[in-house]
Ligand binder design. Structure first.
Ligand code: SAM
Length: 391
C-alpha cells in the first residue's frame, strides 16, 4: 500500500463506508460494489472501503471485535500478532514494572495496542510510511501512545522508554526469511539493546535455532490451540527465568513448562503413546515433560513418548495403543480392512513415507475411522494403530 492509499483508508468517508458494510460475504462483492457505485461513491473509495471490510472479516478470528475500529493492509494483517499473543507480550512489560515501551517494529500496531491497553506509554516506530499511517489510526484511542515513522534503530535513543519490544519482519518479496541476521531489523542488533533497558522482548520465528538464544535470556516457545506461533526472547526484568520454556495455550487457558533441555531416556513401547505439543518439542523440553509424566521416548531420535498408565496433560495429545504393526503397506491394508476402516488419520515421525503416499495405497472402503502412527520403535520402522484419549 502507498501513503496515498493509506490516507484514503483512514479517511472518515472510508471508515464510515467500511463500517456500513460489516462482514459482507466475498461472493456478494460484485453486487456490493455495483450498489455503492450506483449510490454515487467514487470508485477508489468503494475499493478502499470494501478492501478494509474484507480485511476486518479476515482479521476477526485472530484479533476479535477490536477489528471494527482498526484499519489494515494485507501484508500488515499477515504479520500482526494474534490478540492472545499480544496480551502475553504486554503482560511481560507490565509485570516487569515498565512505564513506557518502545515498539521497534510497529507494523499495524497489534502488539503496541496491547501494551497501551495495559496503561503503559508507547512509542511505536515503523519504517514504512503507509503502515505508520495505519498504525497511528490503530493507536489513536490511547493518548499515551504515539507512532513515529522512521528507522527505530536510529531513532530509539531519543525515546524516553524503559522497555523495548521488537517483532522483526521475517518476510520479503522472496518469502519467509529463516536466517535471524536477515530479519529486519537484524536480530543481533535488537538483542544488543538488552543491557540498556529495564526489559527487552523479541518475537522471533519458532524455528529459531537454540544457539541464537543469548546467555541470560529466557526463550519461551508459544503454541495456540496446537499451532506453534513464536518464540519470545525475554531479557532483564521481562525474563521470568533463564533458559527455555514452553507456553501452551488451549481454549484460552495457559499452561507452562520449563527446565533443562536434556534428552529423555528411551524405552519399550507401553500401552499409551504421547505426542508432545510443538512448543514443547521446539523448546527442547520433551525430556522435562517425560520426567514429569513418568514417560519415556519410543526411540532416542523420535519425539513421541510412551507410558504404561493413562496420562492426561495439556502438553501432549494422548493415545491408547491398540496394535503394533509392521510398516508394510500390504499388512496395514489387510489389518485396516479387517476392521472395516474407511478413513484413516495418519501421523508420522521419523519415517519418510507420507500420509499422502500411503493413504491411496491402502485402498480402504470400510465405514469406520482409525488413527495410524508411523514411527520408529527401538530403531526399527513400525506402525501403531491407536485411539485418541479424550481430554
Ligand atoms: C512483523 S511486523 C510487526 C507486526 C506487529 N508486531 C503487529 O503485531 O502488528 C514488522 C514491521 O517492522 C517494520 N520494520 C522493519 N524494520 C524496521 C526498522 N528498522 N524500524 C522501524 N520499523 C521496521 C516493518 O516495516 C514491518 O511493518
Amino acid at each position: 500500500m502507498d501513503p496515498v492509499a493509506a490516507r484514503l483508508t483512514v479517511s472518515d468517508a472510508c471508515l464510515e463506508l467500511a463500517g456500513s458494510l460489516g462482514d459482507f460475504s466475498p461472493k456478494d462483492a460484485l453486487a456490493v460494489s455495483g450498489r455503492l457505485r450506483r449510490e454515487g461513491h467514487a470508485p477508489e473509495l468503494v475499493a478502499a472501503a470494501m478492501s478494509l471490510a474484507e480485511l476486518r472479516r479476515e482479521a476477526r478470528p485472530r484479533l476479535g471485535d477490536a477489528v471494527d475500529t482498526m484499519v489494515f493492509h494485507r501484508a500488515g494483517l499477515e504479520q500482526a500478532s494474534r490478540a492472545v499473543v499480544s496480551t502475553l507480550h504486554a503482560e511481560r512489560f507490565a509485570d516487569a514494572g515498565c512505564t513506557a515501551v518502545a515498539d521497534l517494529t510497529a507494523g499495524l500496531g497489534a502488539d503496541a495496542r496491547a501494551v497501551a491497553a495495559r496503561g503503559l506509554g508507547v512509542v511505536a516506530f515503523e519504517a514504512d510510511e503507509a503502515t505508520a499511517i495505519l498504525a497511528a489510526h490503530n493507536l489513536a484511542p490511547w493518548p499515551a501512545a504515539r507512532v513515529v515513522h522512521g528507522d527505530s534503530l536510529v531513532l530509539l535513543a531519543d525515546a524516553d522508554v524503559d522497555g523495548v519490544f521488537a517483532d522483526p519482519a521475517r518476510r520479503n518479496a522472496r518469502g519467509r526469511r529463516h536466517d535471524p541476521s536477515d530479519y529486519s531489523p537484524p536480530l543481533d542488533a535488537v538483542l544488543d539493546l538488552a543491557s540498556r533497558y529495564r526489559a527487552l522482548g523479541v518475537k522471533a520465528g519458532p524455528s529459531l535455532p537454540h544457539e541464537a538464544v543469548p546467555a541470560g535470556f529466557e526463550a519461551e516457545w508459544v503454541s495456540v490451540d496446537g499451532d506453534v506461533v513464536e518464540v519470545g526472547l525475554w531479557a532483564g526484568a521481562a525474563a521470568r527465568r533463564e533458559g527455555h520454556a514452553a507456553l501452551v495455550v488451549r481454549g484460552g487457558v495457559r499452561h507452562e513448562i520449563a527446565g533443562p533441555t536434556d534428552r529423555a531416556p528411551a524405552g519399550a513401547l507401553g500401552e499409551h503413546l504421547l505426542e508432545p505439543d510443538g512448543a514443547v518439542i521446539r523448546a527442547g523440553l520433551v525430556g522435562v515433560l517425560a520426567e514429569s509424566l513418568g514417560a519415556r521416548l519410543v526411540d532416542p531420535s523420535i519425539a513421541y513418548l510412551t507410558a504404561d498408565a493413562p496420562v492426561v496433560t495439556p502438553f501432549a495429545r494422548a493415545y491408547r495403543v491398540l496394535e503394533r504393526l509392521p510398516l508394510d503397506v500390504k499388512v496395514l491394508a489387510k489389518e485396516l480392512r479387517a476392521r472395516d476402516i474407511g478413513t484413516v488419520d495418519i501421523k508420522k515421525r521419523g519415517v519418510d513415507l507420507t500420509p499422502e503416499q500411503l493413504r491411496p495405497r491402502l485402498k480402504l472402503r470400510g465405514t469406520g475411522r482409525a488413527t495410524l502412527v508411523l514411527t520408529r520403535l527401538e530403531g526399527r520402522h513400525a506402525a501403531l494403530l491407536v485411539e485418541p484419549v479424550p481430554g
